[in-house]
Design a protein around this ligand. Structure first.
Ligand SMILES: [Zn+2]
Length: 134
């Protein structure tokens, strides 16, 4: 984990992220569905936080939700935290990176087994690191 990333101020974040990453991670934005190349990512590997590089999800927990956002049924232990988001007149569970607090997406309780959870993530908020191949 990159400790320097966790205590950047907003101006520093704006400097080191793309405008779209800044919008999603730091301003609770949501990318357009279907816009992230990570939607179609099917290789084995790890999805990491675009802000600080913390490992968030593994490819083995990714599933096709049909929503247009990369979806997972469980995060890596301790990688994300959730808070209750009451904006837009709905109560949703917001998911953020436990290291840099960057906003990643939302969690819903209509996912597949074994957890029944659906972590609906913005691909913009993540980077994919494929497993090394021989
Ligand atoms: Zn992070």
């Amino acid at each position: 984990m990159d400790n320097e990333a966790t205590d950047r101020d907003e101006a520093e974040w704006q400097h080191c992220l793309t405008p779209q990453q800044f919008h999603v991670l730091r301003q609770h934005g949501t990318e357009r569905p279907g816009s992230s190349p990570l939607n179609a990512e099917q290789r084995d590997g790890t999805f990491v936080c675009a802000g600080c590089g913390q490992k968030l999800f593994t490819s083995t927990t990714k599933f096709e939700s049909g929503t247009g956002w990369p979806s997972f049924w469980t995060p890596i232990d301790g990688a994300v935290k959730t808070t209750t988001d009451r904006s837009l007149f709905m109560t949703r569970t917001e998911v953020h990176c436990s290291a840099c607090q960057g906003h990643l997406g939302h969690m819903f309780e209509d996912g597949p087994k074994p957890t029944g959870l659906r972590y609906c993530m913005n691909g913009t908020a993540m980077r994919f690191e494929p497993d090394p191949t021989d």
